[in-house]
Design a protein around this ligand. Structure first.
Ligand code: PMP
Length: 464
């Protein structure tokens, strides 16, 4: 018999507990806590099955950039479903939405890119990037150059290779990961990891030197690629320190190591430019993107590859036959149609300019809490932000993880009608890009109320 929480009866909650294995959930806690069932959404808000409304402060999973009821995306999907609900791109087949979207993405890329490959998720896109890097180096006759370097606290997904690139213990432990040939270097979080007296630039220099030492130790002839999110999202909204990517890229160039930019969160306006690579000066050889590509209305991800990588793959496939990689749903026409409409809306509404304006308002709003006794750091860029809570402001001492302080705060925020993402001791913000200035103010105010509740809870329960 499946387990159910007795107090929930035969409700939708008990059916959930009885039948659904939840992704990314504390499974034991779920058996007693049960689900929060979302039934609909309007603009930047979602509604639960009790009719309560919440500002979605994280756009679901950093993804519903156009909010929860954009009719044009629905119409684009329905139009495509009526015309051609499915076709694939294997063995020379193709369809117009796939071709048009590939053209658009190559044209949008901030550096010259040659081709777009489609998949369904960020994880699949990053797995594809890993395989392309390996294929590329086999094509170039250097089969030993295969190691890929990720970073501690990076998030690149959960499939076997992508989870290996991810630098979070929870994604490795008990899953027997990371796989072979995946390495991790330092997390670029100045606030947490700088040494006494070290400014951001000196910290960036130290991290670049540490990366170079890792490459030297492993042997540059064995290191193929480095993968980075321009802003680390799920690892805690970590904005790179000044000069970081400039220095990292100099090391990569010196040792002929490819750069993969994971734009799954940062892509399509989030950081106040079309891509995070533009905001932080990355010149990637491969880019992966998903989420806001379709505003999450349909699953779709893309991998853009440079001309040299594409050419090497062509040469290898000429030798061995078919390029043996691709998913049934690589470039699903309905997803591509929704992506094309999404990109059209971004352009028409100048979503980048809008994000820059409302993003500045979010950053300023949250910055007001810098002086709050529980707040250690407020960080962010564009419309992505993190507020890190600390037990001691002066020493940056974190809370005992057992207290789950950020999760508590997120619970209080929910009570005030705002959904936020607790990540360790950090609260993540990444609202739909269409958020208005007034809604930004409301989100910030609701966060403030939750911060007050958290202070009271700590004083009351833990005598802080
Ligand atoms: N890369 C980044 C930067 C992400 O944030 C995520 C998902 N949060 C992924 C990859 C994985 O995407 P998916 O969950 O669609 O597999």
């Amino acid at each position: 018999m499946p387990s159910t929480a007795p107090h929930l009866g035969n409700s939708i909650a008990s059916r959930d507990i009885a039948s659904l294995l939840h992704p990314y959930t504390n499974l034991k806690a779920h058996e007693s806590v049960g689900p929060m069932v979302i039934t609909g959404g309007r603009g930047v808000t979602v509604v639960d099955d009790a009719g309560r409304e919440y500002i979605e402060g994280v756009a679901g999973l950093w993804c519903t950039s156009l909010g929860f009821d954009e009719p044009r995306l629905v119409e684009a999907a329905v139009r495509q479903l009526r015309t051609l609900p499915f076709y694939h791109a294997f063995a020379h087949k193709s369809h117009e939405p796939g071709i048009e979207l590939a053209e658009k993405l190559v044209a949008l890329a901030p550096v010259p890119m040659s081709k777009a490959f489609f998949a369904c998720s960020g994880s699949e896109a990053n797995d594809t990037a890993v395989k392309l890097v390996w294929y590329y180096n086999n094509a170039l006759g250097r089969p030993q150059k295969k190691k890929i370097i990720g970073r501690i606290k990076a998030y690149h997904g959960v499939t076997v290779a992508s989870a290996s690139l991810t630098g979070l213990p929870n994604n490795h432990r008990d899953f027997d990961l990371p796989i072979d040939r995946i390495l991790h270097t330092d997390c670029p979080h100045w606030y947490r990891f700088h040494e006494e007296g070290e400014d951001e630039e000196a910290f960036a220099s130290r991290l670049a030197a540490s990366l170079e030492a890792l490459i030297q130790r492993e042997g540059p002839e064995t290191v193929a690629a480095f993968i980075a999110e321009p802003v680390m999202g799920a690892g805690g909204v970590i904005v790179p320190p000044r000069t970081y990517f400039e220095k990292i890229q100099a090391v990569l160039r010196k040792h002929d190591v490819l750069l993969i930019a994971d734009e799954v969160i940062c892509g399509f306006g989030r950081t106040g430019a079309m891509f995070g690579s533009e905001t932080f000066g990355l010149k990637p050889d491969i880019m992966t993107m998903a989420k806001a590509l379709t505003s999450a209305y349909m699953p779709l991800s893309a991998v853009l590859v440079s001309e040299p990588i594409y050419r090497a793959c062509v040469a290898e496939s000429e030798k061995i036959g078919v390029f043996g990689h691709g998913y049934t749903y690589s470039g699903h026409p309905v997803s591509c149609a929704v992506a094309l409409e999404t990109l059209k809306i971004y352009e028409e509404r100048d979503i980048v300019a809008h994000t820059r304006a409302v993003g500045a308002r979010l950053q300023e709003g949250l910055a007001r809490y810098r002086s709050h006794p529980l707040v250690g750091e407020v960080r962010g860029v564009g419309l992505i932000a993190g507020v890190e809570l600390v037990a001691d402001k002066a020493t940056r001492q974190p809370f005992d993880p057992k207290l789950g302080v950020a999760a508590r705060l997120a619970g209080f925020a929910q009570g005030h009608g705002a959904i936020l993402r607790p990540i360790g001791d950090t609260l993540g913000f990444s609202p739909p890009l269409i958020i208005t200035p007034e809604e930004v103010d409301e989100l910030v105010a609701r966060f403030g109320r939750a911060l007050d509740d958290t202070t009271a809870w700590l004083e009351h329960e833990h005598r802080f």
